[in-house]
Design a protein around this ligand. Structure first.
Ligand SMILES: [Zn+2]
Length: 268
């Protein structure tokens, strides 16, 4: 699907201090065009071709933090930038941010400490001294919507903004399957058993490097006992009376909850 963004020959996802540069006050959003690019390029610390997204050649770059920005260009915090760009550009923006971070974080070999070099045409940095290859990191994480009749389990972590609730989520640990990770996270965090685990969908979540793998499940047994380290409240909530839901329109948590509400609304 073609984006509503204006046509220019190529799009540049330029980050400075982890913020994405967009033209100020432009609706729909606009990337800095070729005029601004020629001004920024001498201060690029790194740049890569991302590939073609929505028929447009896309690139990413990191601008030196010391480079002054013109008034017309605004550095936008990452999550806000992703929401502004919307679903059509989510994959490109996520890839851009991940590629910049990979290059920035792997300048030196973690095994022998020597400088690495980029292998042309790939997203791979290699250490010529010991042969180690370093790729963009992807950390699989699970998120699960657990249904009990017309209710779902929602919980909040002490790190959430006031009033915000979410679904059970956590990182897959080394050595375990994705399904095992779901059962373990649910058991650890709220101490219940679930059944009928079903794959829902997945989403890159580059904050900084997750791949969120979403599931639905049904309650099987047990009473909620929360792990007070990671969860400070958890309970069952009816579909039409959910507490503070994820505000991010781009998150898979929101897609899971919207799916549940739509399903229940149709059957009630
Ligand atoms: Zn090495």
């Amino acid at each position: 699907m073609r984006s509503s963004l204006p046509d220019i020959p190529e799009y540049w996802f330029i980050f400075q201090n982890d913020r994405l540069l967009l033209m100020k006050n432009s609706v729909p959003a606009r990337f800095p065009d070729l005029h601004w690019l020629s001004r920024f390029k001498p201060d690029f610390l790194r740049q890569y071709k991302l590939g073609i997204f929505n028929t447009i050649d896309c690139f990413c770059a990191e601008l030196d933090a010391r480079a002054a920005l013109p008034d017309e260009v605004e550095p936008v915090p990452l999550r806000k930038a992703f929401e502004i760009l919307g679903n059509d550009w989510y994959a490109a923006a996520a890839k851009a941010y991940s590629v910049i971070n990979w290059d920035k974080n792997h300048q030196y070999c973690g095994r022998c400490g020597h400088a690495t070099r980029h292998k042309p045409g790939t997203f791979e940095r290699v250490c010529d001294t010991c042969g180690l290859s370093l790729y963009p990191r992807i950390s699989p994480s699970i998120i699960v919507l657990i249904q009990k009749d017309d209710k779902i389990l929602m919980s909040r972590s002490p790190h959430f903004p006031p009033g915000a609730f979410g679904l059970i989520a956590g990182f897959v640990e080394v050595g375990e399957s994705i399904e095992d990770a779901v059962h373990r996270e649910v058991k650890e965090k709220v101490d219940i058993q679930i059944k009928n685990l079903r794959y829902f969908g997945s989403q890159s979540w580059p904050f900084p490097d997750s791949l969120m793998i979403g599931f639905t499940a049904e309650y099987a047994s047990g009473d909620i006992h929360i792990d007070r380290q990671e969860i400070e409240a958890a309970d069952w909530y009816r579909y039409d009376n959910l507490p503070g839901r994820p505000s991010s329109s781009i998150s898979i948590a929101k897609k899971l909850i919207d799916y549940f509400i739509a399903k229940q609304s149709q059957s009630s």
